[in-house]
Design a protein around this ligand. Structure first.
Ligand SMILES: N[C@@H](CCC(=O)N[C@@H](CS)C(=O)NCC(=O)O)C(=O)O
Length: 203
């Protein structure tokens, strides 16, 4: 299988980290949207990640890809429980982390893609405010981590949360200054020490 998407993308990285945690081998193509036509030939939306399966079928969108990866791993090893309250708890935290990611990526584009005089500050403030309240909610959850968000096993909630915060530290560090989310920082640093994270450091 070929995973398309550079590790600076929290969406691509959460797929790569998950596949490594589950020992699912893949070839990596560190592409970004700047790969233009080549990327659109793989994903017509022009976004990363995409996962090209051995028979040529291509999966797009990290959530859909992770659904397949969990299916490959089987219900015992999947990073999202297959059903019931455990599944709902993981999905709620993943939705918080993905939501924070979507808002920070939108803020990042507002800052980096527009000429300075065309940045609409009220919109930027709203996006960054949404990131802040989502991170506060995750920080409160991380205060109960033992040692991971849902207990002794790493779940997709930990992987997605850590990928989100690590990308923010790199792209928009003012959103996650040291000490503002202390429980989240401890969780993210714990995740970042795992080999799956060490092997997917953005270049
Ligand atoms: N919902 C998508 C979001 C993917 C996404 O936004 N990827 C960004 C990189 S972080 C991208 O490729 N952006 C290029 C663009 O939107 O033009 C997913 O979960 O895969």
């Amino acid at each position: 299988m070929i995973l398309v998407g550079y590790w600076s993308s929290p969406f691509a990285r959460r797929v790569g980290v998950t596949m490594k945690l589950l020992d699912i081998p893949f070839e990596h193509r560190p592409w970004a949207s700047s790969h233009g036509a080549a990327l659109r030939a793989v994903n017509p939306v022009g976004r990363v990640p995409a996962l090209i399966l051995d028979d040529g079928e291509t999966l797009i969108d990290s959530t859909m890809i992770l659904d397949y990866v969990d299916e490959l791993a089987g219900p015992e090893r999947a990073l999202t429980s297959p059903r019931g309250p455990a599944r709902r708890r993981v999905n709620r935290l993943v939705a918080l982390a993905v939501g924070a990611c979507e808002k920070y990526v939108a803020a990042y584009y507002e800052r980096s893609k527009r000429p300075a005089e065309k940045v609409h500050q009220p919109w930027l403030d709203q996006l960054e405010g949404q990131v802040a309240t989502a991170l506060q909610a995750l920080d409160a959850e991380a205060a109960l981590a033992a040692p991971w968000l849902l207990g002794e096993r790493v779940t997709q909630a930990d992987v997605t949360t850590a990928c989100a915060v690590l990308s923010m530290r790199y792209d928009l560090a003012h959103l996650v200054p040291p000490g503002r989310y202390p429980n989240l920082d401890a969780l993210v640093d714990r995740a970042d020490a795992l080999p799956a994270f060490r092997e997917t450091v953005p270049t």
